[in-house]
Every structure is written in structure tokens, then in C-alpha cells.
Design a protein around this ligand. Structure first.
Ligand SMILES: [Zn+2]
Length: 248
């Protein structure tokens, strides 16, 4: 299995980061893609990727950060991404979050920053990892000219999901699928060659408390049941898809 999106650099793992990674490896997670969301976490993502062969980095600027940080800080994050993107496997997470941001001015700031991220994505041959909560369709409209796109933790409508996969993009299903009927329905309709899986650790645990990459086995079991195929097949297909899109 490959965890296509997690935040093992976050403070929730400060006391047992190495053990968490070992636990995932012993459960069958062979690689991880760790995502930064701002200047500091982009740096700590690189530090983790340097330390562990199994961990790859994507450099991001999340919509929440885009909305709250000063212009100067946004510029610092963007130039950090531009300067270091060659060492990463992708750009993101970045995008639009209309669930957490309800104001027009906040949404406009998110859009402005997301457009700058898209401009960087246009110059590289690596995927853009989109965070598009309650704004999946709006995000899709902005990136249609790109070749490589992943919708991380996809939670939007079936209609938009079909447009995403028709465009040749990838849909990442989070561990939410273990308990969310909506996500289970999405998985039933998702073409197998477009599906990748993630935990988004430390968030969205399918068990009690903190999520961790080892819990990806729960998603694999759920997806296998929903699709009527073997768990090994789910692990194999999703890992192949992740390797294809991120060039691992
Ligand atoms: Zn995330």
C-alpha cells in the first residue's frame, strides 16, 4: 500500500514519529507521500523525506494558510516552493476550502493564491495535489489545462468526480471511506485506474483518536468489499496508480 497523502511531520507525531512509520511499514505500507501546507511544514516535509527512503515530499500552501497569512508570508512560501519543487514529487496541497471559509473576501484570497500555485504547476512535469473542500467543481474548472492532477481527500459530488476521472485525473480516497456512506458510494463508481488512497494522518481516523498510515489497511478492506475484489488487488492497483501519477 502507498499512503498518498499524510502529515507525519505534524506535532501530533512528535512523541512517536519513528514508531508510527515502523508500524505502517510492518502493516504493509511501502511508501508515503508527505504533504506540506506552509513554509515551516514544507521544510519539515523535506527533512522527513531526507531521513526516510520510503517518504516523498509534496510542497504546499493550503487554502487555510492562503486565507490567513500576510502577503509577505505568502510570497515567502511561494518562492520556497518554486526554488525547491525539483526535489519534490508534486505540488500541494493547495486549492479552495469553502467549508471552512464562508466570506467572499477569504474565498477571493484563496483563489488568488491558488492561481499562483497553478502557475507554478504549469511550469513543472509533476502533479498538482488539490484540496477542494466544498469547492471541488470550482477547483476543477481552474486546472483543466493541466496534465497531472490529484484531488486529495475527495468528498464532492459523483458528477464532479466523473468529470475529474474523464479528464484523466486521479481521485484520492481518504480513510473516511471506512465510515462515510457518501465516500463508499463514490468508491463504487470510481474507475479502478483512477483511484489512489490516503490517510491524511493525523486527521480522519477510521478508529478512535489520531489517524496514522498503518490504518490504511482499514480502507483497503472496505474498498475490497465495496468493489468485490481481493484486498491484495486493491493494494496493488492503488499503489500502481500512485506510482504512475507521482512518478515514483
Ligand atoms: Zn492534508
Amino acid at each position: 500500500m502507498i499512503d498518498s497523502h499524510c502529515h507525519l511531520n505534524f506535532p501530533q507525531f512528535n512523541s512517536d514519529r519513528h514508531e508510527t512509520i515502523k508500524r505502517a511499514l510492518s502493516t504493509g505500507v511501502v511508501e508515503f507521500i508527505n504533504s506540506g501546507v506552509d513554509y515551516k511544514t514544507n521544510l519539515s516535509t523535506f527533512a522527513l523525506a531526507d531521513k526516510y527512503d520510503h517518504i516523498h515530499a509534496t510542497l504546499g500552501l493550503s487554502p487555510g494558510v492562503a486565507e490567513r497569512k500576510s502577503k509577505e508570508e505568502i510570497c515567502r512560501i511561494l518562492s520556497g516552493i518554486e526554488q525547491n519543487i525539483e526535489k519534490a514529487v508534486g505540488i500541494g496541497e493547495a486549492g479552495l476550502d469553502h467549508f471552512h471559509c464562508k466570506t467572499d473576501s477569504g474565498r477571493a484570497r484563496q483563489m488568488d493564491v491558488f492561481n499562483k500555485i497553478i502557475e507554478i504547476a504549469e511550469t513543472i512535469d509533476k502533479p498538482l495535489v488539490i484540496h477542494g473542500r466544498d469547492a471541488e467543481y470550482q477547483a476543477l474548472k481552474l486546472v483543466r489545462h493541466l496534465d497531472n492532477v490529484v484531488f486529495h481527500c475527495y468528498s464532492g459530488s459523483l458528477e464532479t468526480m466523473n468529470q475529474i476521472t474523464d479528464a484523466g485525473y486521479y481521485v484520492s480516497i481518504a480513510t473516511l471511506v471506512c465510515f462515510s456512506k457518501h465516500h463508499q458510494n463514490l468508491v463504487k463508481h470510481l474507475p479502478l485506474d483512477r483511484i489512489i488512497i490516503e490517510t491524511d494522518s493525523p486527521y480522519l481516523s477510521p478508529r478512535k483518536g489520531r489517524n496514522e498510515p498503518a490504518f490504511l489497511v482499514d480502507s483497503v478492506a472496505t474498498i475490497a468489499k465495496l468493489r468485490g475484489i481481493e484486498e491484495m488487488e486493491v493494494a496493488k492497483i492503488t499503489a500502481q496508480n500512485t506510482r504512475r501519477v507521482f512518478g515514483l
